[in-house]
Ligand binder design. Structure first.
Ligand code: ZN
Ligand code: FE
Length: 747
């Protein structure tokens, strides 16, 4: 029995080939708990066979254990792959997309039919999730169905000893999909000409829309500031830091600090974007003053081929979409919407069936942590240790993912985005339907957020009513904690600390600075950040100065001379007066205990972000401005309501003393200490020593590492996220875990 990540990654054909090579007979079969192999042969050969399994396993697989049991078996005269009748097998049949492998890169130069064939792939690499329409995973159910195989490809596809045995997207120059280039005037075919054209555009400071695995990207020279800033302008309202693809590891390391774990992850078959500390700057407009860069390495044959021609060693590779819409996948929409943005467009005529963005990771506490879970990871299942079969959890509203339960596995959707956006909402419904088909899933229970107006809530309510099935509503921060518990397979009472921007609270206020005593059934709110009114609601989230104003007014009333503070000298008088009036009259000023808002207010006062130009800009800038090696912190008072009056008082003093640059580090240290102090208090009252931390705030590396250090030193056992995002992208998993307990499903 072989356990680990061994299904849906070409493992059975691999075992088959290996057995044939060793002259062994027997069977291989997918089981719910792994891949079972029964072979007949002498001990020596069987030993060599098992060693080879470990050494030569497909790149996308990860073997946890091989258990060998000798037994008397019936006669086998050949080796066979048995299709198991167990329906659970279905859950793991769809593999994530896999970056091109080394063998295929060599084929680009040596395989006569695949010289410079930019869509070369084999059993060990290539598109999977992005091309599948239905199960079983067979060519006719993928977007390769319209490309009949040529004789040579077909013979490789049928030849068990070949690297392309049953590789569904197998193709070559004569039978496979082809790349094309187009702009307003010309259309070019022929890969060399296309790449030469791309290279000349990039060198000339122009931008190109390029079709990737899960959607289009927009690309330009990462060293040409004008090109990057022009791309930003044309992309409309997009001021997020751009991701960058480097030619190779050595050019990446000239510009970014990448340790061993980070390099391994960059080169892994998932090829995610990894957030790295900058060594030397790229074009200023790439990261906009942050000290980090989202870096990645080539993962499609085209990327490698392109860098052969490019003069630059790094290109901006940002998602091909307009403002907050989902990334564009269809060639006709790309021509319609991206050609006006880019100076040229490069695509290929194989349809992207399932959209996915690049996944994003970051090293925190010496481990890689997922921030956005998409290409390369989806639809890989998450083991929860709970029976979640039949539950559909609809997720949160922002950074949405949904999640379906098969057996004890949670299968999360790709990163979908902000459901308030109309096109994103359509992407959501489409994906929900696709997952139903791909995993033969019919919901028997629905789970959703407590927020009455989230579109994911409305979706769940509608489904529950249509199908007449139970609906379980899960409080947002409870779901955060539960997602972290499910990931770490904890099922007991814990100290749950959930810090994020926003989530609907039981009392109807906005929560987000929450200290719970919780298990998967429910929670008690032990303490929370002080409520502060948000003048203008969402407007306050977009304009951190408003929240800063609100905190100061709350703690110091009319005694504040706003114009003595540099932040408010930048604000129009009328706006400031309006905001103060709103606060006075309690007009459109919902109460929030969101930690994100506290970060906003401090970032604004520290002069780092008056108005946010992208999601989470204030906390990201605040973290970026932390001075390392400083242990100073601010006072606070941690009762049932945690007050920051003393902290703001000292922040104002720091501003007066012209020590504004100390605010970011002192503030971060304060939050770490506050978490420690409250954990100790909760432990004293409850005896619980396990701390679970979740919520978007914990993507902050400095904060999380410092907090972990303090808590561990004090003897706590601390659990955080690694494979599920700690932001709202992980909410669906928390919902599914809580729902499982609420319904009383047993393993
Ligand atoms: Zn390959
Ligand atoms: Fe959240």
């Amino acid at each position: 029995m072989i356990r680990g990540l061994v299904q849906g990654v070409g493992f059975r054909p691999f075992i088959y080939r290996l057995a044939c090579r060793h002259g062994l007979s027997g069977v291989v079969e997918n089981r719910t708990d792994g891949v079972s192999v029964i072979i007949k042969g002498d001990i020596k050969t069987v030993d060599r066979f098992s060693n080879d399994i470990l050494e030569k396993a497909p790149p996308a697989s990860r073997i946890k254990s091989i258990e060998v049991n000798p037994r008397m078996i019936e006669e086998f005269d050949s080796f066979r792959i048995v299709r198991s009748s167990n329906s659970e097998e279905i859950t793991t049949e769809v593999s994530p997309d896999i970056a091109v492998c080394d063998d295929c890169l060599e084929d680009l130069e040596n395989d006569t039919e695949r010289i410079n064939y930019p869509l070369v792939n084999c059993t060990n690499c290539g598109p999977r999730f992005s091309i599948i329409r239905a199960i079983p995973y067979d060519r006719f159910n993928t977007s390769m169905a319209v490309f009949p195989m040529c004789e040579r490809c077909e013979s490789e596809y049928r030849d068990i000893s070949n690297r392309r045995f049953h590789a569904q997207p197998v193709a070559c120059n004569s039978c496979g999909p082809q790349y094309f280039y187009s702009d307003c005037e010309t259309r070019i075919s022929g890969i060399e000409k296309i790449i030469a054209k791309a290279a000349s555009l990039i060198s000339a400071g122009k931008s190109v829309a390029l079709k990737g695995t899960g959607g289009y990207h927009l690309m330009c020279d990462a060293f040409n500031n004008e090109a990057v800033s022009e791309l930003r302008k044309r992309k409309q309202r997009d001021s997020k830091p751009f991701a960058v693809m480097f030619r190779d590891t050595s050019s990446l390391r000239q510009y970014c600090h990448a340790g061993k774990a980070e390099q391994e992850q960059l080169l892994s078959w998932q090829r995610p974007i990894v957030i790295l500390r900058q060594k030397r700057p790229l074009a200023e407009e790439v990261s906009r003053g942050l000290n980090t860069t989202g870096a990645m390495l080539p993962y499609m044959p085209f990327h490698y081929m392109m860098f052969r021609y490019l003069k630059t060693s790094a290109v901006v590779l940002t998602s091909g979409n307009l403002s907050d819409d989902p990334v564009i996948t269809a060639d006709d929409s790309a021509e319609k919407y991206l050609l006006p943005v880019a100076d040229g467009l490069i695509g290929y005529d194989r349809e992207i069936v399932n959209r996915s963005d690049d996944s994003v990771m970051r090293l925190i506490d010496n481990k890689m942590v997922l921030i956005r879970r998409s290409r390369g990871f989806v639809p890989g299942p998450v083991e929860t240790g709970l029976w979640v079969d039949g539950i559909f959890a609809t997720g949160a509203e922002q950074k949405n993912t949904f999640c379906i339960g098969k057996g004890n596995q949670a299968i999360m959707s790709q990163h979908i985005g902000d459901l308030k956006n109309f096109a994103t909402h359509a992407f959501y419904s489409e994906s929900a339907e696709r997952f139903g088909e791909l995993f033969r899933f019919t919901p028997r229970y629905m789970a959703c957020d407590l927020h009455p107006l989230y579109l994911s809530t409305l979706f769940a309510e509608q489904m529950a009513e249509e199908r007449n099935i139970p609906l379980i509503k899960v409080q947002h921060h409870h779901a955060h904690i539960a997602s972290c518990m499910a990931e770490n397979k904890i099922d007991e009472k814990v100290i749950g600390i959930s810090l994020d921007g926003t989530g609907y609270g039981r009392d109807g206020n906005i929560w987000g600075g929450e200290f719970f005593v919780a298990d998967l059934h429910g929670f008690e709110r032990f303490a929370h950040f002080d409520y502060v009114p948000l003048p203008g609601g969402d407007r306050a989230v977009a304009e951190p100065w408003r929240t800063a104003c609100s905190y100061l007014r709350k703690y110091f009333g009319d005694s504040i001379d706003y114009y003595s503070i540099p932040l408010f000298r930048k604000i129009d008088d009328r706006d400031l007066i309006l905001v103060l009036e709103m606060l006075e009259e309690k007009i459109n000023s919902p109460l929030s205990s969101g930690a994100g808002r506290l970060f906003d207010a401090v970032a604004a006062l520290a002069g780092l972000c008056t108005v946010a130009s992208f999601d989470s800009e204030p906390p990201i800038r605040l973290e970026s401005a932390v001075k390392k090696g400083v242990n100073l912190k601010y006072p606070f008072s941690a009762g049932e309501v945690i007050s920051f009056a003393d902290m703001f008082d000292e922040i104002l003093r720091d501003i007066k003393k012209d020590q504004t640059d100390m605010i970011p580090v002192k503030f971060h240290n304060t939050i770490s200490n506050l978490i420690l102090e409250l954990s100790e208090k909760m432990q004293k009252e409850t005896g619980i020593k396990k701390v679970v931390m979740s919520g978007g705030v914990f993507q902050n590396r400095y904060l999380l590492e410092r907090t972990l250090m303090l808590l561990r030193k004090a003897g706590f056992e601390v659990f955080t996220h690694h494979i599920i995002p700690s932001n709202d992208g992980g909410i669906s998993v928390g919902q599914i875990a809580v729902a499982s307990k609420t319904i009383g499903l047993c393993v």
